[in-house]
Write a protein that binds this ligand. Structure first.
Ligand SMILES: O=C(O)CCC(=O)C(=O)O
Length: 282
């Protein structure tokens, strides 16, 4: 159990957890910033049809704008989680950039020590990009820079890149307030976690993000002051990443509005909407 969070200036190596400060080179970080700040992130909503929803089904916006590469897991479809939530959850998204492939390739030996299956399956093939900052409108800015406690249900190690201001990442039991590990994840650092403790037992959350000037991040989201971007790379079996026309009808209806929004800035998603189900041979 920790009292003070680790300051993130030096590396951490534990069974199932690695923190690598400055693993991403300056040049790579500049390329990642250019790519991530020219995407069109969206605020998704989770649909709720539980007892707390006043009129039957309602929706709750997730805490931050997001963009996905490789495969898009929409909050309203529920995220991929082994062993029960596998089918119809992941839509084919734009491919990783060369700089991402290069960094993942450099991480490969470490990923294989976290999980030998990486040698066959390859590194994680989907990437959630989180944009942390404050909403700015007429009143005082509203700080949205946090991510609630959760676990990632995809198989294999999870890899996270941090870009921008330091973010406080905590790993803890769901009913505890005392983290078993807390670290300020700094600009250009990488976290890898896996296995029975950090992936299966403990939950993780992003508690807050510091304020600061450098590196400057221009926000791709209107009325939003961006100060940190993180990515979480997760593995989804290739055969479970669907084209839009392959999703069940109901799922297509749930996500069509989002895909239309994405298609305004992305040839990939415009094509996803155009492609029809091939007709069955007579
Ligand atoms: O922003 C972070 O460092 C944490 C991100 C995270 O937990 C996730 O994307 O699942």
């Amino acid at each position: 159990m920790t009292d003070e969070p680790h300051d993130g200036r030096s590396g951490i190596e534990r069974d199932g957890f690695s923190y690598l400060p400055r693993f991403i080179s300056l040049t790579e970080s500049e390329q990642l910033i250019a790519d991530f700040t020219s995407a069109n992130p969206i605020w998704e909503s989770r649909h709720r049809s539980d007892a707390h929803a006043r009129d039957g089904a309602s929706s709750r916006r997730i805490t931050r704008p997001v963009y996905w590469l490789g495969g898009w897991q929409f909050a309203c479809l529920g995220y991929y989680a082994e062993p029960h939530y596998r089918e119809g959850r992941c839509l084919r998204a734009e491919p990783f950039s060369l700089v991402i492939d290069k960094i993942l390739e450099r991480l490969r030996p470490l990923l294989e020590t976290h999980d030998p299956h990486v040698a066959e399956a390859g590194p994680p093939n989907t990437c959630l990009i989180n944009y942390y900052g404050s909403e700015i409108g007429k009143g005082p800015p509203v700080d949205q820079a946090r991510l609630r406690m959760h676990r990632d249900g995809e198989p294999g190690p999870v890899v996270m890149f941090s870009i921008g201001q330091p973010g406080l990442l905590e790993f803890l039991e769901p009913d505890s307030t005392a983290p078993e590990l807390a670290v300020w994840t700094r600009h250009r650092s990488v976290v890898v976690f896996s296995g029975p403790v950090f992936k299966d037992r403990l939950y993780h959350r992003l508690v807050r993000v510091r304020h600061g000037e450098e590196p400057q991040l221009s926000s791709p989201v209107p009325d939003f002051r961006l100060r940190r971007i993180s990515t979480s790379f997760r593995y989804v079996p290739e055969e479970l990443i669907s084209e839009f026309h392959e999703l069940p009808l109901k799922s297509r209806a749930h996500v069509r509005g989002y895909v239309e929004q994405l298609a305004t800035g992305s040839a990939h998603f415009a094509q996803q909407l155009k492609t029809q189900k091939p007709s069955r041979p007579e």
